[in-house]
Design a protein around this ligand. Structure first.
Ligand SMILES: *Cc1c(COP(=O)(O)O)cnc(C)c1O
Length: 390
């Protein structure tokens, strides 16, 4: 007898469709149609919950990626320890004391503080090397980055660090999925900043501005590299523009993560009884109620209580009562021929019907990225690759 899982694990899992990941990137590349443009795959936060190592491996072997982007040096180190070779940009810079690791693991940091530049310059001099850095310029996000009006002083200040090479300039769009005017202003400011760096004698190789929505919506804002996150995971449909009904024409992408479990328990519950914590749901008729082994600890948010829906045997079944830490209750009265062990799809497709991460996000008043990022490590990832199996 063969088991789909290691023996005796809870049947709650996320499938990661690596073939779709590679196709999505290719689809964006075809759409952009610029063979000189470089493509960074952003795999921070464990690749938005999809597993950074497996995703990076797939994209490096047959995805045609040029760079990887992570938030923290720790995430970059995880990739290097898994033998990922492509350049890795630490989008969130690094913290004092991490400069040795930056150099040891050949990571490229973004820099927006001179003290941090100085620490890296010192460490690079000790090793007798020149370290590449990318400068993060704040053109309107007002989060991190050298303020646009302080660029001159910053560039001047960088000139004394002889063991650093400014090899990239970048900025980040605040509203690429919404406000066109503001994004165009950011592009203008960035171009001015590039000129200032040129005047100060810097010749950076990489100029990058655009995230997923910037890449699709603003061809004039692509610089010579784009940084793609959401879109390569197929998470695309909850932008402001799309909701407002004026989406830019977009490349075809498919969701990379699907979320599954199985029916753990079934019971008939009579009309008038309540379900779950706080008794937030009372049955209006005699019902068939199922319990599934997934809860808010797994990242199936408590906010889906009495709101979410799942797919069982090809039809939608509503979440009833509060989602608890390890269990969720669903009403399967309408589901034909249901039994313990039947598969339940929480995100994905079944019988031609679909529940997207964007739909789940809408119930939670958030975006799909938070939904996939939130799927906890307790949920086993099962990697699928039809290109490999074929
Ligand atoms: C996360 C991130 C991205 C990717 O953004 P998406 O909207 O997911 O494409 C790009 N650039 C920076 C600096 C980021 O932090």
């Amino acid at each position: 007898m063969r088991f789909a899982f290691c023996l005796m694990t809870r049947p709650t899992w996320a499938e990661i469709h690596l073939d779709r990941l590679a196709c999505n990137l290719q689809s964006v590349k075809n759409y952009v149609g610029d063979k000189y443009l470089k493509f960074m795959a952003v795999v921070k936060a464990n690749a938005y919950g999809h597993c950074a190592v497996e995703c990076a491996r797939k994209l490096e072997t047959d995805g045609g990626v040029d760079w990887f982007g992570v938030a923290l040096p720790e995430e970059g180190i995880e990739l290097r320890e898994a033998k990922i070779q492509k350049p890795i940009l630490c989008l969130g810079s690094f913290w004092e004391g991490q400069e040795q690791q930056i150099l040891q693991f050949n990571l490229t940091p973004t820099i927006f503080r001179l003290e941090i530049a100085e620490a890296l310059d010192f460490a690079a001099r000790e090793r007798g090397i020149i370290a590449d850095v990318h400068i993060k310029i704040d053109t309107g996000m007002n989060r991190v980055g050298v303020r646009f009006d302080e660029i001159k002083e910053f560039a001047e200040g960088l000139r004394r660090f002889k063991n650093l090479k400014v090899d990239g300039l970048m900025t980040h769009f605040a509203a690429a999925d919404g406000n066109e005017q503001f994004t165009n202003l950011q592009i203008e400011k960035f171009n001015e900043a590039v000129e200032i760096f040129h005047e100060k004698g810097f010749r950076p190789t990489f100029l990058d501005l655009a995230n997923s929505h910037g890449t699709i919506g603003f061809p004039q804002g692509r610089g010579n590299m784009v940084r793609l996150g959401g879109i390569i995971y197929g998470l695309w449909w909850d932008s402001e523009k799309i909701k407002a009904g004026n989406a830019p024409q977009a490349p075809k992408v498919l969701p990379v993560m699907t979320l599954h479990t199985k029916i753990a328990f079934l019971k008939n519950v009579p009309k008038g009884e309540s379900l779950g914590y706080s008794r937030s749901f009372t049955l209006e008729k005699d019902s068939l109620i199922a319990t599934i082994p997934i809860g808010y600890e797994d990242g199936y948010s408590r906010g889906l209580s009495n709101r979410g829906r799942v797919l069982v045997n090809g039809i939608y079944a509503p979440v009833v009562g509060r989602v608890s830490m390890d269990w969720t209750i669903i009403d399967v009265s309408e589901v034909p021929e249901i039994k313990i062990g039947d598969e339940v799809v929480l995100i994905g497709e079944q019988g031609g019907l679909r529940i997207s991460a964007e739909e789940v996000a809408q119930h939670l008043e958030t975006i799909s990225l938070e939904v996939t990022c939130g799927i906890n490590r307790r949920v086993k990832r099962v990697f699928k690759d039809q290109q490999k199996n074929a």
